[in-house]
Write a new protein. Structure first.
Length: 63
């Protein structure tokens, strides 16, 4: 849960801007997009395996 205290003499636009940054940093937006629809466990495993392979390939190329 994100809480934002509005400062003295802070405009609504500034408060909304700070709120958006706070939500983005906490990862709430990313989590919401992820939960929008059901993903099969096999698809999750496949995606994480591909991500790991890409990471390993990038690491080999960096050396």
């Amino acid at each position: 849960m994100v809480k934002l205290l509005v400062r003295d003499r802070e405009s609504i636009q500034e408060a909304v801007r700070r709120f958006r940054k706070l939500v983005e940093r906490t990862g709430i937006k990313k989590e919401m997009r992820k939960r929008e629809r059901y993903e099969k466990p096999s698809a999750i495993r496949r995606r994480s395996k591909l991500r790991a392979e890409r990471r390993a390939r990038a690491q080999r190329l960096a050396l």
